[in-house]
Ligand binder design. Structure first.
Ligand code: FAQ
Length: 327
């Protein structure tokens, strides 16, 4: 952005400048709190940023189903198995909603999936870690869903209509996930000494990835300034992380669990939580393909694509037959 003119690269790398009058009208509309809909004029950079963010979000949902999905066959008891199956199905459904929202901006689902499988497009750091025990799934469902809800409730008040409507629906389902996760954590935290140990160990494993989940600190974030200005992000990464501390640190401590950060404390005058360095180098490695499970996660998705190809082909053929007029 230069003043109120947005300049982005066109398909062949040339610079494309948006019409300044249209851009000013667009920004005024956003300032008035109106939604932008797919057929409305929008700067090319707004479109590009939305595709990037919604697509990454969609990928996170379908890859995010994998760590918990591996526990469906081993869930302790029939009721927990049913609940976990429903949760995993919901996550895939969220992916569908988000891919549809991203498609309204002009990128096909096939291209999005290709970009995921070739590693061109990112997805959330947290899903590149393994779920070793049942307690890992409990911590994911409670605290990762909680983090996702903080992000999604905030951004559902944003400027792009199809994304906001998808987020509203997703949050309704995620709030059930959060209750399910909390119930599992409480069962373990109030259970036998072995169960308490298991949930504490899981919390220790997930704390750092959860800190990373909200994105890099604002001072290192590349996109926040522009996205906040265009009301795609309704809060910065640090603000959302602070909201997580405010809401969930007391709940974690209430269960008698400890938080693996000796520097974590709330400044009594400002109300701001201070925390130790969560190792931002690890974050960079993980989001760039070098986490403990990146290769495995993409391999599973690749297999699912290959195995599902015949279904997509059959649907395409049926569709072609349906639209061919009878002679
Ligand atoms: N992981 O300039 P910023 C869920 C990348 S849904 C990976 O701060 P931005 C449901 C970022 O893309 C979870 N990469 O970026 C569920 C950028 O790289 P790029 C997903 C990350 O976009 C629960 C670079 O770092 N939620 O959990 C991450 O302004 C349980 C610079 O960063 C969403 O996607 C990260 N954590 O802010 C499912 C919500 N953070 O693209 C199953 C929508 C940053 O230039 C089980 N997304 N990066 O190459 C957002 O709100 C934003 O994209 C942020 C990042 C806040 C994630």
């Amino acid at each position: 952005m230069y003043g109120n003119i947005s300049i982005v690269e066109g398909p062949t790398g040339e610079q494309v400048q948006d019409d300044p009058v249209l851009l000013a009208e667009f920004e005024a509309k956003i300032q008035r709190g109106e939604k932008i809909e797919p057929n409305d004029w929008m700067p090319s950079e707004y479109r590009r940023q939305l595709i990037r963010m919604i697509e990454q979000h969609a990928h996170s949902e379908i890859i995010g189903a994998l760590p918990e999905g591996t526990w469906i066959t081993r869930a302790p008891g029939f009721k927990r198995k049913m609940a976990l199956m429903a949760k995993v199905q919901d996550e895939i459904g969220h992916g569908q909603l988000l891919y549809s929202a991203a498609e309204t901006l002009g990128k096909s689902r096939e291209r999005m999936i290709d970009d995921l499988l070739t590693g061109k497009s990112k997805y959330s750091n947290v899903f590149n870690y393994p779920a070793f025990t049942w307690a890992d799934t409990a911590v994911i469902a409670w605290l990762i869903d909680a983090s996702a809800i903080i992000n999604q409730v905030t951004n559902s008040k944003g400027s792009y209509g199809p994304y906001c409507r998808a987020l509203e629906r997703i949050c309704m389902e995620e709030s059930f996930h959060l209750k399910y996760g909390y119930d599992n954590v409480v069962a373990l935290a109030t259970g036998t000494p072995v169960q308490r140990e298991m949930v504490q160990a899981a919390l220790n494993r997930w704390w750092r990835p959860i800190m990373h989940f909200f994105g890099p600190p604002d001072k290192l974030s590349q996109h926040t300034e522009k996205l906040v200005r265009w009301k795609v992000k309704m809060a910065t990464n640090d603000d959302m992380r602070q909201q997580f501390f405010n809401q969930y640190v007391p709940k974690i401590l209430e269960l008698g669990l400890t938080i693996p950060d000796t520097e974590l404390k709330k400044d009594p005058t400002t109300g701001v939580w201070e925390y130790g360095d969560p190792d931002w180098d690890e974050f960079k490695r993980v989001i760039n393909g070098d986490g403990p499970c990146n290769k495995e996660r993409l391999a599973v998705r690749r297999l699912a694509e290959e195995r599902g190809q015949w279904v997509r082909d059959a649907l395409k053929r049926a569709d072609e037959q349906y639209v061919t007029p009878l002679s």
